[in-house]
Design a protein around this ligand. Structure first.
Ligand SMILES: [Fe+2]
Length: 265
C-alpha cells in the first residue's frame, strides 16, 4: 500500500469551509446545535476519507478529489437547516445538489483541474443517493463511494452518541422518528432478512433506525471501510441497545451474529 501523496493538501479549502460555516451559523436565531454537529460530522468524514485514501493507495488526483468531496459533501446542510429547520431531504431539498450549487456560486473549485472539479461535483451531488446511477464512470463511482463510506462510518458514531445518551438528545439528528417499541417498518425488517441495505424511506421508529444503520455493513465499498465499521463498535452497540420484545429483536440477533462472524474472519 502507498502512503498518501504529500502533495494532497487541502488546507485552504478547510479554512474556507470553517469560515463559511461560522458565517452561516450566526444567521440561525434559534437552536444552532445541529449546525455545530454537521460541522463536526464533516471533519470526521474527512478523517475517515483520509484513512480510506491512505489504505487504498489511490493516485494523487483521485486522492485529492476524494478529500475535497468529503470536505464539501454536506456543504448544503447549513443552508438547508437555515431555510427549513430539518435535515430530511424529502421535506426540504436535496442537500447534495444544493451543495453543488453552493460550490459553483462560491467558485470553490475554480482553481482545481477540470478532472478534480468534475469528480468533486459528482461526489457531492451523488453522495446522498440511495443507489448510484448505472454507467457512472469508474473514477466518479470511486470518489462517490469513498464519501459514502466515510459518511456512513461517521453517521454511525453520531447516532450511537445520540441514542446511548452521551450527547444532548436532538430529534433533528434522529430524523424525528418516534421512540415507539410497538411498531416497525416492514421494509426495514425485509432488508435485514435479505441481508441488504435498508432504505430511509421505510423507517417508522427509532428501533428501525438501529437496524437500518447496522445494514450499512452491506453497502461499504473498501476493505478499510469494513474494517473501520467492525472495529469502532458503533453498529454493534446500536443493535445491543434494541430492546427484547420488540418486532425488531429477532432481526437484531441476526445482524449481531453476522457482524460478530465478519469480525472474526
Ligand atoms: Fe449528506
Amino acid at each position: 500500500m502507498n502512503n498518501i501523496n504529500v502533495s494532497v493538501s487541502i488546507t485552504s479549502h478547510e479554512q474556507w469551509f470553517a469560515s463559511y460555516v461560522a458565517k452561516e451559523r450566526v444567521k440561525e436565531e434559534g437552536d444552532a446545535s445541529p449546525i455545530d454537529l454537521k460541522r463536526e460530522h464533516t471533519m470526521s468524514v474527512l478523517d475517515n476519507a483520509r484513512r480510506i485514501v491512505e489504505n487504498e493507495g489511490f493516485c494523487a488526483s483521485l486522492s485529492r478529489a476524494c478529500l475535497l468531496a468529503a470536505l464539501y459533501h454536506d456543504v448544503g446542510r447549513f443552508e438547508q437547516y437555515l431555510r427549513f429547520h430539518t435535515f430530511r431531504d424529502k421535506e426540504s431539498c436535496n442537500h447534495g445538489q444544493l451543495g453543488v450549487r453552493i460550490l459553483k456560486k462560491e467558485g470553490r473549485l475554480a482553481e482545481e483541474s477540470p478532472l478534480v472539479r468534475k469528480l468533486v461535483q459528482t461526489g457531492v451531488g451523488l453522495h446522498n443517493r440511495f443507489t448510484l446511477p448505472a454507467h457512472i464512470p469508474a473514477d466518479a463511482a470511486l470518489v462517490t463511494n469513498v464519501v459514502r463510506d466515510a459518511d456512513k462510518l461517521d453517521i454511525l458514531r453520531v447516532m450511537h452518541e445520540h441514542l446511548n445518551g452521551s450527547s444532548v438528545y436532538n430529534p433533528t439528528v434522529i430524523l424525528q422518528q418516534p421512540d415507539d417499541a410497538t411498531i416497525a417498518g416492514e421494509g426495514i425488517l425485509a432488508a435485514v432478512r435479505e441481508r441488504r441495505v435498508a432504505a430511509y424511506t421505510d423507517l417508522r421508529c427509532v428501533n428501525d433506525l438501529r437496524l437500518l444503520l447496522a445494514t450499512w455493513f452491506y453497502d461499504l465499498h473498501f476493505t478499510s471501510s469494513h474494517r473501520m465499521f467492525l472495529k469502532n463498535g458503533h453498529a454493534l452497540a446500536l443493535l445491543r441497545g434494541l430492546p427484547d420484545g420488540t418486532p425488531q429483536a429477532p432481526l437484531r440477533d441476526v445482524l449481531i451474529q453476522e457482524l460478530t462472524l465478519a469480525d472474526d474472519l
